[in-house]
Design a protein around this ligand. Structure first.
Ligand code: MF3
Ligand code: CO
Ligand code: CO
Length: 260
């Protein structure tokens, strides 16, 4: 079902707020020298013990860890590793999906390890802004492709960045990945009309170089082909009567939860 009822929305709202808590909690551990495997373990324990929830990535299509951690030129689906230490200047995406009481919530953000250069900071900010600009457009009665059109218009205006086309956002609810697919680039597809009660993720991946990606031998880790850095932010969004609700909003964000 593409339209969620009130009971379903309540449960998805809980899963989403728990997922955003994982990102709030992990921030203090992002320091030079920590391994991505250690960050994964901290998230795993927090999700299971503190939030009484299930880390949905663990075992999903065989994914071996509880969260995805994607560093620098890794675009998405990075597997946490015991031989991967964060270093000053790295840019890191952590992508958390929670399963709670039969419903999913999915969100990710970028972290900067110590200080990084302005071009890396800008890449992260541009990726975040592309997500926010698309969120501001969401309301009933308009076409789903407003999302990709908005993101592409913004990213194209910036010249040096590209949008990854191989991965997309998705409906979410009783299943981790539901229809519809949410494309992050300009398209004539995605012409479904938005309706109150739809819930989906928006999760643009923006490269500081070319859009092409390659999948590593581990079968998961997606990297930029040209080794340029990549940034991604993801929120789960509910279409409301006159706008939308950012179901995975965190305290550190400068955007309203309810947008009208
Ligand atoms: N959380 C990712 C998404 O945004 C999916 C990760 S699937 C995994 O859709 F198996 F890699 F965890
Ligand atoms: Co995700
Ligand atoms: Co997602």
């Amino acid at each position: 079902m593409i339209i969620k009822n009130f009971k379903e929305i309540k449960k998805i709202r809980i899963a989403c707020s728990l997922a955003s808590k994982v990102l709030e909690n992990i921030k203090k551990y992002i320091k030079p020298g920590i391994t991505t495997e250690n960050l994964d373990k901290i998230c795993n324990i927090y999700i299971i013990k503190k939030l009484n929830s299930i880390p949905a990535c663990l075992g999903y299509n065989g994914f071996p860890k509880s969260v995805c951690i994607s560093v620098n030129d890794v675009v998405c689906h990075g597997i946490p590793k015991n031989n991967q230490k964060l270093k000053t200047g790295d840019i890191v995406n952590i992508d958390v999906t929670i399963l709670k009481n039969g419903f999913f919530g999915d969100t990710s953000k970028m972290f900067i390890v110590g200080k990084t250069n302005n071009s890396n900071k800008l890449l992260c900010n541009i990726a975040k802004k592309s997500l926010y600009l698309s969120i501001y457009k969401i309301k009933p009665g308009i076409k789903l492709n407003i999302i990709g059109n908005t993101i592409e218009k913004f990213i194209k205006s910036k010249k040096i960045y590209s949008i990854v086309k191989d991965y997309c956002g998705h409906g979410i609810g009783k299943k981790f990945h539901e229809l519809p697919q949410i494309l992050h680039f300009k398209t004539k597809k995605n012409n479904l009309i938005l309706k109150k009660g739809m819930i989906f993720t928006i999760e643009p991946m923006i490269n500081l170089g070319k859009k092409e990606v390659i999948i590593s031998k581990d079968g998961w880790t997606v990297k930029t082909k040209d080794k340029s850095l990549s940034a991604q932010y993801e929120h789960t969004i509910l279409v409301t009567l006159n706008g939308c609700e950012i179901m995975t909003l965190r305290k550190d964000e400068n955007i309203p939860k309810i947008i009208t």
